[in-house]
Design a protein around this ligand. Structure first.
Ligand code: NAD
Length: 360
């Protein structure tokens, strides 16, 4: 297959981690007979310096016209004082809007080799944690009307939570499609004992399920879900939920895995062109030192293969290579632990260890 990938290296550790991910993709291309063409895109601080704009229109078009986008991270202290509309993060918001992505998908996976980094008890971690949260990204209370007024001499603040059937259905589909590519279990999380928007959510999810008979659908109230994520996370395969619940639950889920440098994410819309990026930022404190963990970005590239390019086997080969590199004892500083047979490596050495373990 021939695919065009828009590559945003961005700022801070962005260029270092993205370079390792591209070398991994090159290895996959070589082994599986694919061609990946990389189209460079300037976004964030680097684009402000070069073009006076965090995401010039031409750069956005390169992304929209590609088969998918791989992003490192943007931002840094250097651009803290630029006007709000010019901030590096504005480039990211404009990119998401321009690509029309409305779902954010974040896996929570504990690698057995790093289990001790999890704040959860060993007995819970041992059952295995490997699920993904599909969060609605551009609707709900964050995008409803917000107002503060004075009523009877006191301030009254209101935020409106609205979802229509179409918005729920399209995120529901991403949930079902994601479950189809994984363990075929989907848990729809809402607060239908209290909220009308949640009752509609639940109704639409169940209607959709008729189109996906292979997927086992369950419902869970959000407060229970917050408890279950720490009590028995092994029960989950895919969770689908609305914007605010997803915001909170996905941060909770990333905490239980123990290392921010290991977690990839994807953002998807109606087309197969997705945005793939690690969940961490540009880590200016360690930029340029070749010590960043590239695994979150490498796993983001694996997600791209699986969810945008239908290359599940290739994605699995990358995940397996990460696992083998960890088995071999390679650790970047952020995941280094006490113990024998562990080797502290930098970003480029970790990338190389993973590349060397990709097998067909
Ligand atoms: P951060 O995620 O960049 O860093 C938090 C801590 O985690 C730091 O100590 C950092 O060294 C460490 N860390 C992060 N990624 C790592 C990796 N791959 N390997 C090893 N250690 C890693 O968050 P922050 O410090 O709050 O933000 C720094 C900059 O990144 C800010 O300008 C912020 O706006 C931006 N940011 C960008 C994105 C994005 O591009 N999507 C997301 C979050 C923050």
């Amino acid at each position: 297959m021939n695919k065009n990938i828009a590559v945003i290296r961005g700022d801070g550790i962005g260029p270092e981690i993205v370079n390792e991910a591209l070398k991994v993709l090159d290895k996959v291309a070589e082994l599986y007979g694919h061609t990946f063409n990389y189209v460079d895109v300037d976004m964030g601080g680097v684009a402000i310096d070069k073009w006076g704009d965090p995401l010039p229109q031409e750069m956005l078009e390169r992304c929209v016209n590609s088969d998918s986008v791989l992003l490192g991270a943007v931002g840094g202290n250097k651009w803290n004082d630029v006007p709000g509309y010019m901030r590096p993060e504005k480039g990211l918001l404009r990119l998401r809007a321009g690509m029309g992505v409305y779902s954010n998908n974040r896996p929570a996976k504990i690698w057995p080799q790093l289990a001790s980094a999890s704040p959860l008890k060993e007995s819970i971690v041992q059952k295995g944690i490997d699920f993904i949260i599909v969060r609605e990204l551009i609707g709900g209370i964050y995008f409803g009307e917000h107002k503060t007024e004075t009523v009877d001499g006191q301030s009254v603040a209101t935020d409106i939570l609205t979802y229509n059937e179409e918005e729920i259905e399209r995120i529901g589909r991403i949930g079902f499609e994601t479950a189809l590519k994984r363990g075929k279990k989907l848990c729809s999380v809402e607060k239908s004992n209290v909220l009308d928007s949640s009752r509609l959510w639940k109704k639409v999810m169940h209607r959709l399920q008729e189109e996906y008979p292979e997927v086992e659908l369950s419902d869970m109230l959000v407060d229970n879900c917050a408890m279950q994520i720490v009590k028995n996370p092994a029960q989950f395969d895919v969770i689908v939920t609305e914007n605010m619940f997803g915001d909170i639950l996905s941060d909770e889920a990333s905490m239980i895995t123990g290392s921010i440098g290991m977690i990839p994410s994807s953002s998807l819309g109606n087309s197969s062109c997705g945005l793939y990026e690690p969940i961490h930022g540009s880590a200016p404190d360690i930029a340029g030192k070749d010590i960043a963990n590239p695994i979150g970005t490498i796993l983001s590239a694996a997600m791209m293969l699986k969810y945008s390019f239908d290359m599940a086997e290739e994605a699995d080969a990358i995940e397996k290579a990460v696992s083998v590199a960890l088995d071999q004892g390679f650790r970047t500083a952020d995941i280094m632990q006490e113990g024998d047979n562990l080797t502290l490596v930098g970003c480029s050495e970790m990338g190389k260890a993973i590349r060397n373990n990709i097998k067909r």
